[in-house]
Design a protein around this ligand. Structure first.
Ligand SMILES: NC(=O)c1ccc[n+]([C@@H]2O[C@H](COP(=O)([O-])OP(=O)(O)OC[C@H]3O[C@@H](n4cnc5c(N)ncnc54)[C@H](O)[C@@H]3O)[C@@H](O)[C@H]2O)c1
Length: 428
């Protein structure tokens, strides 16, 4: 791979170091809205240095919020390496500013699949001790190509940020192929009840941003009524859309019904849709069987982790014409002459078209990642390979710090109340 003026072997490779000042501004704006990660924890980490001597590699969306996580880990004494977890979500200004701040960044917007894995390998070559993943590509590559990092105990433990990654690791663990301790940070309450529901929920706005449509009166199909889908369905309804939900899980489908949404199979929903947004973590949710039935003008977007929910390649192969019409929006003329609009090539629309989750919500996800990193540094000697739940105390701590930062007080259980709800003696 050719070296460019924006690369230094082993230290960084980004798109444009001329963007440093713009990136610094973006990171500052996010920091103001992330008091847990950037004020409370960063200040303590700077004093106590709980991560001194530890190398942390992150394979994360390179956004202004992730930058603040990296800077907090650095303040705690860690050396931080960063690569992108999606070829289209890297914000090049942020990447440049992070290099300027001393983080080893290997990421640029629009890298190819080959370059994507090159970036991951650059991080792993430097023998990190803690891996923070978003989608499992970093940790799976460590298993496949850098087994010595695992055998030698160089990797103390790992963390996974998203639902799809956690599912991959549960499958690996079940098959006895997971060789490192793994904290499924996604499953902590301070993560999935806020980041997935509120952050991705607001991803509905990405669909509007892409085509600048009025949501009121539109038929919006949300595929998958999980943590993310529930937030999205609610917000689309709040904007005045008529929301249809598709599901494969009977209980999630019932939750959607009782929340007042119409639940129908995709085969039916696709015929009515003005907008279809997938967020299932599954593949082939919108397929050629649906493409031909879409209305003229239908907008297709995906917010699930991988670009497999909409059968994009088959759409590209079978269409009559493919034309970029706005940034990250393509007009696709189908074989039947109808025109539809695909957001972000079927990749995470909220991260590609807009800036990803709002900083306020990422504050909690990254507060967790910071505290779990500290927990690993302190306790790694006793961990065994396999899944380890994020300790409840860490989850509760992040929730409490967020409330403190917002100036909100809550009640505390009295001793009598504590005994009552943890006991069985008292009854009718
Ligand atoms: N875009 C983002 O910023 C962002 C943020 C968080 C999570 N994610 C990703 O979004 C996806 C969903 O995450 P989640 O936390 O909501 O997961 P979840 O498991 O809570 O929900 C997924 C839902 O989709 C349903 N489903 C599965 N296959 C389906 C199919 N073929 N058709 C219809 N419904 C189907 C499941 O039954 C489940 O209810 C994952 O890929 C996750 O990694 C993206």
């Amino acid at each position: 791979m050719a070296t460019t003026p924006n690369a230094k072997e082993g230290a960084y490779k980004v798109a444009d170091m001329g963007l440093v000042e713009k990136g610094k501004e973006a990171i500052y704006v996010a920091a103001r809205k992330m008091p847990v990660t950037t004020r409370i924890l960063r200040d303590r980490f700077a004093k106590e240095k709980p991560l001194k001597g530890i190398k942390i590699a992150g394979c994360l969306h390179v956004t202004k919020e992730t930058a603040n996580l990296a800077i907090t880990l650095q303040a705690g004494g860690a050396e931080v390496l960063l690569c992108g977890s999606n070829p289209l979500s890297t914000q090049d200004d942020t990447a440049a500013a992070l290099v300027d701040a001393g983080v080893k960044v290997f990421a640029w917007h629009g890298n190819t699949s080959e370059e994507f894995y090159w970036c991951i390998r650059e991080c792993l070559k430097q023998k990190p001790n803690i891996l923070i993943d978003d989608g499992a590509d970093l940790i799976v590559t460590a298993h496949k190509e850098f087994p010595d990092l695992i055998k030698s105990g160089t990797i103390m433990a790992t963390q996974e940020e998203t639902t799809t990654g956690v599912k991959r690791f549960r499958a690996m663990d079940h098959a006895k192929e997971l060789k490192v301790p793994l904290f499924p940070v996604n499953d902590a309450r301070c993560k999935n009840e806020f980041d997935n529901e509120l952050g991705t929920g607001q991803g509905v706005l990405s669909a509007i941003q892409g085509m600048h449509i009025l949501m009121a009166g539109k038929v919006v199909v949300v595929a998958g009524y999980g943590h993310c889908g529930q937030g999205m369905a609610l917000r689309a309804r709040g904007l005045g859309a008529q929301v249809l939900v598709t599901e494969v899980d009977p209980i999630q489908a019932l939750k959607a019904v009782f929340a007042g949404f119409r639940v129908v199979p995709m085969d039916e929903a696709c015929k009515e849709a003005d907008v279809i947004l997938t967020v299932t973590g599954c593949k082939d949710v919108v397929t050629p069987a649906h493409f031909d039935q879409l209305k003229d003008g239908c907008i297709l977007g995906n917010l699930g982790h991988f670009d497999v929910e909409i059968a994009t390649k088959k759409l590209y192969d079978s269409c009559r014409e493919r034309k970029p019409i706005r940034r990250d929006v393509e007009e696709i003329t189908l074989g039947n002459g109808k025109k539809i609009y695909l957001l972000a090539q079927g990749r995470l629309a909220n991260l590609v078209l807009t800036e990803g989750h709002p900083s306020e919500v990422m504050d909690m996800s990254f507060g967790l990642q910071s505290l779990v990193s500290e927990y690993i540094a302190k306790n790694h000697k006793v961990f065994k390979p396999g899944m380890i739940d994020v300790p409840k105390e860490i989850d509760d701590k992040v929730g409490q710090l967020k409330l403190d930062a917002m100036g909100i007080k809550i009640d505390t259980l009295t001793e009598v109340q504590y005994k009552y709800i943890h006991g069985y003696e008292e009854g009718t």
